[in-house]
Design a protein around this ligand. Sequence first.
Ligand SMILES: [Zn+2]
Length: 100
Amino acid sequence: MAATTATPQTMRLLVEIDGAVHPLADCRWVRIEPNDCVTGSLVGNAVTSPQHAAERFTTSKRERAREERAGVRYQLVTPDRWATHAKPCLLGDCAHEWLA
Ligand SMILES: [Zn+2]
């Protein structure tokens, strides 16, 4: 029985977001705070699920549970959505308000 040498990195994976198909590698996973502010981003093909994204950003299981209760979420977004929503946040140029 020969082991397969194919790796996911060699495949062109496509995802459908909001009814449109995009190459997964062009999309990004974003970490969205309860106030809708994006505080982190990963290339789309780095992880395979919101749960997996959470594990990449927050290694502590207890801390992840706390974040989830607080309303932090992880979402795969299109390049357009990333440019309009995530990029301003990551550059400190957004209008999201933070409660003390
Ligand atoms: Zn923001």
